[in-house]
Design a protein around this ligand. Structure first.
Ligand SMILES: *Cc1c(COP(=O)(O)O)cnc(C)c1O
Length: 471
């Protein structure tokens, strides 16, 4: 009786011996020693387990082993962050990276990443400059106000505004606006962390000017309005008109601040989309500071933009937390390039990728769906039935939650009686494609909304369909 350890020693090569072979040296040359050794160890262990189970029929095949190692090293060396097809029907999908940026923005980012840039360097005077100036002039030109600051995201912007203007004091917010955004952003929690005491005003559905007036005390630092971006309060409702709230704040010598969430620099109605409040409107309504996101409707990089009164902006810049929340040159390069596109609104629809996707018509998407359908049906074979359908896309990221954009797509249902986990299995199979395809399931059907299938990537999408495997 040979004990399993001895058997393994005899049947399997050592890691060192494998490392000295030409094939493995080539792997090390390509992928490096660390990953190669990890894989050899793991696959040898798998061989040892196999041997322990059945040593009579075990034979080690070195060529096959090295080939398996090459596959596995290649797999482990794949980037973790990979492109996917977002056919969920949600355009600004937070989990899929929100806004897609135009090529001109990507080019600007590439330059900033690979070459020295005048990030905080005044090319005129040669002295130290301020990084936000690269975008401040465009934000104020497009939104109004006389100063702007940029930080990492809008959550950071809200935090910084509250911490700067309201620390150890009170800020009034309507009960109807105490929002939670996905990913644990809640206004009451941010307020607490910013050192601000939240004073809830009015009722969930109705808040009146006198509610605010009665809540003001010597400890009140500001009145804040939060755009209820991801839900709508309907029915017997009432909110105080913004100019009245602004007036009340100003009568008491305090700022009126607005968190817009999405915020868009142009009127979306001009592009056939539902209206979304703009920073310009908020400032015109009397806001002293407005905060909004860079990667929602604006269509740029993750960022939080603050625009408004110069003295308040200056106070925000002096807050030491600004240093902790500041953006890098990559974000600034992207914003700079993006904001310049907004100076030419006639071309915006073609230039800003998210706007192009949001404004695609159902007819246009339907034509694409008809084109894709036969390829998809061929890949599915007899087991499933694909059909072009009308559907509704969501803007996403909490923008305009009640409105859906008329869209088209493909619904896949089982050909026979099979129900149950059919759609789940199909959804898994599409996610396993080389460029994973993400759809959604409704009423037992797997649905692909084609709004975000960019024409430039359609060939890639079709090309990989024959690799679809599901049982
Ligand atoms: C999305 C949103 C935020 C958070 O913005 P991020 O850029 O995701 O950090 C804050 N407030 C409102 C109203 C929002 O809609």
């Amino acid at each position: 009786m040979v004990n399993p350890d001895q058997a393994a020693r005899r049947a399997l090569p050592s890691v060192d011996r494998l490392l000295s072979t030409e094939a493995v040296s080539a792997l090390i040359g390509q992928f490096g020693r660390m990953l190669t050794v990890d894989v050899i160890r793991d696959l040898l262990q798998a061989q040892r387990d196999k041997l322990a189970q059945d040593n009579n029929h075990f034979a080690f095949d070195e060529a096959a082993f090295v080939a398996a190692c090459r596959d596995e090293v290649g797999k482990r060396n794949q980037p973790s962050l990979r492109p996917v097809f977002n056919l969920t029907g949600t355009v600004l999908h937070t989990n899929l990276g929100r806004a897609l940026m135009p090529q001109s923005v990507a080019d600007a980012v590439m330059t900033a990443m690979t070459r020295p840039v005048n990030l905080e360097f005044d090319l005129g005077g040669g002295a130290r400059g301020e990084r936000d100036t690269h975008v401040e002039k465009w934000i104020t030109r497009l939104a109004g106000g006389d100063g702007a600051v940029v930080v990492n995201n809008n959550a950071a912007a809200v935090y910084l505004v509250l911490n700067t203007l309201g620390a150890k004091r009170e800020v009034l917010v309507s009960r109807g606006e105490l929002i939670e955004i996905g990913g644990a952003f809640r206004i009451p929690d941010i307020m607490k962390r910013a050192g601000v005491k939240l004073i809830e005003v009015g009722a969930t559905n109705r808040t009146h000017l006198k509610d605010f007036a009665e809540a003001i005390t010597p400890r009140t630092a500001a009145i804040m309005k939060v755009h209820t971006s991801n839900y709508a309060i309907q029915g017997f409702t009432s909110a105080v008109p913004e100019p009245d709230l602004a007036q009340l704040a100003h009568d008491h010598g305090m700022p009126y601040i607005v968190d817009l969430g999405s915020g868009m620099l142009v009127n979306l109605e001009d592009y056939g989309l539902p209206h979304e409040p703009t920073p310009k409107e908020a400032l015109a309504n009397g806001a002293d500071l407005v905060t909004f996101s860079g990667d929602k409707l604006l269509g740029g990089p993750q960022a939080g933009l603050m625009v408004g009164k110069k003295d308040l902006i200056a106070r925000i810049r002096r807050n030491p937390m600004k240093r902790a929340l500041r953006v890098d040159k990559i974000t600034l390069a992207a914003l700079d390039a993006l904001l310049r596109l907004y100076t030419h609104p006639e071309k915006l629809r073609e230039e800003v990728t998210t706007l192009r996707l949001l404004t695609r018509t159902r007819d246009d998407i339907r034509v694409q769906a008809e084109r894709v359908l036969p390829h998809l049906q061929a890949a599915l074979g007899e087991r499933a039935q694909a059909a072009v359908i009308d559907c509704g896309s969501q803007i996403g990221s909490g923008s305009l939650p009640v409105d859906s954009l008329p869209s088209a797509g493909i619904a896949i249902t089982p050909a026979g009686k099979r129900r149950g986990s059919f759609a789940d299995k199909l959804s898994l199979a599409f996610r396993a494609l080389p460029v994973p395809v993400i759809g959604h399931i409704r009423d037992g059907a797997f649905i692909l909304d084609l709004r975000c299938l960019d024409a430039r990537h359609e060939a890639e999408f079709l090309h990989q369909l024959p690799q679809l495997r599901f049982s």
